[in-house]
Write a protein that binds this ligand. Structure first.
Ligand code: SF4
Length: 414
């Protein structure tokens, strides 16, 4: 670690990130740490003296794309390459073999460099408040490389939120590997939210992915607060109880349906998304059909559908009943079509309405309920600021899971 980080103050560093929001949050924190070490952080790896690659290993495809990012970075003459993240935890020897890789960081080294509060590098800054998980889901390799749950002190999180709000941010996204397992002293996630909502200033909190069984009555009540974005991403995985049990999930579909009902009752405009895995060993055509049928009846706004891939060392890798790859992909494609329908149906409710939004660029804002709105006219309101948009209509060329809408930037709030 010291060979690279003891660099000259003028050295330039770039960070390349694969994977989820948690990785992005850690890369943002790494960026802050590098600046403190005297590095200039640049966007383009080609301009950097040192390139940090933060890897992912959630699926075989994530492994491949992480390896590709490492090879691309390591192929540049004169650039030192430091690899970190979940694939570096799981396969450090594989990464060390790649010519041009200078260092592969352990979890401890990564924690040292990413334990800081991130500098506000994006319009909607990501704040990591939790890491690790002990639930032991049969398919999950990430919890196995990230270790036991740990949570950041609520006072420290509150200071970070206060700093971000003072820097002009009107939305902060809380992330964690299993955010619902946030637990520091006597404070659970609902208590953390109550604490953060006491921070002075006008801002919203958005929550990252939540496991359905971690949402108890107290948390449902906390999520009803208007200062929590009405956007809830739930890690469902399947609507077939037999498969949920095989995955070692701790809820059934009926409980999930009740949860969605409660969220929608409290926040009628809630954008609710769900993760779904297709092709888990033992998923029969009937199971896949049941999942599709049950999901189609729910008031969801999108699905994050992905295909199961074998992760060595997980219980699911030993489960019988492998689903052929082409069949698993076809099931994922069907779920993605359903997601597109959800997106259209959800977005079609909002033309004519006015929503709070964060400016991402002069042409794009993201609303509290997670609609990405393309503006009719470029806005002069600076990125990261709060605004109100009147949603005019849906565009014809919708390719995103949530329909792009044409809106008009109306006023600035602060
Ligand atoms: S709850 Fe989520 S992070 Fe934890 S083991 Fe299960 S899938 Fe992995």
């Amino acid at each position: 670690m010291s060979a690279v980080t003891g660099g000259k103050p003028a050295m330039r560093a770039a960070i390349v990130t694969a994977g989820c929001r948690l990785n992005q949050a850690e890369s943002d924190a790494l960026s802050a740490w590098l600046r403190l070490q005297g590095f200039t952080v640049v966007r383009e790896p080609a301009e950097a003296d040192v390139c940090y690659v933060n890897t992912c290993t959630v699926t075989a495809a994530a492994d491949r794309s992480s390896l590709q990012l490492v090879r691309r970075a390591a192929g540049r003459d004169g650039t030192r390459v430091v690899v970190m993240g979940c694939l570096a935890e799981r396969r450090p020897e594989r990464l060390r073999e790649i010519p041009g890789v200078s260092e592969v960081w352990s979890a401890r080294e990564k924690r040292r460099a990413t334990g800081l509060v991130p500098v506000p590098v994006r319009s909607r800054p990501l704040l990591k408040v939790q890491d690790g998980c002990d639930r032991g889901c049969a398919f999950c390799v990430v919890s196995r490389v990230r270790g036991a749950p740990v949570s950041v002190d609520p006072d420290r999180v509150a200071h970070a939120v206060a700093d971000l709000v003072s820097a002009g941010h009107c939305e902060v996204v809380l992330t964690g590997l299993n955010l619902g397992r946030y637990h520091h002293g006597a404070t659970r996630l609902a208590g953390l939210l109550a604490r953060l909502l006491c921070v002075p200033g006008s801002f919203r909190l958005r929550l990252g992915s939540l496991e359905p069984d971690s949402i108890d009555d107290r948390l449902v009540e906390a999520l009803a607060d208007e200062r929590i974005c009405p956007h809830f991403h739930l890690a469902l995985q399947s609507a077939d109880d037999r498969l949920l049990t095989a995955m070692n999930r701790r809820y059934g579909f009926a409980a999930f349906r009740r949860l969605v009902g409660r969220l929608v009752r409290d926040r009628t405009d809630a954008c609710i998304g769900a993760d779904v895995i297709s092709g888990l060993p033992g998923e029969s055509p009937e199971s896949a059909g049941l999942t599709h049928e049950r999901l189609a009846e729910l008031p969801l706004a999108y699905l994050h559908a992905f295909t199961y891939s074998v992760r060595p060392g997980t219980p699911a890798a030993q489960m019988p009943g492998r689903v052929p790859a082409h069949e698993a992909s076809a099931r994922t494609a069907r779920l993605r079509r359903l997601s597109t329908e959800f997106g259209r149906r959800y977005a079609s409710r909002f033309p004519g309405s006015v929503r709070d939004a964060v400016v991402e660029s002069d042409r794009v804002v993201v609303t509290d309920n997670y609609l990405r709105v393309r503006l009719c006219e470029p806005t002069a309101i600076a990125a990261r600021r709060n605004c109100r948009v009147r949603i005019e209509s849906m565009t014809a060329s919708v390719s995103a899971p949530l329909a792009a809408l044409v809106g008009l930037c109306q006023e600035e709030n602060q």
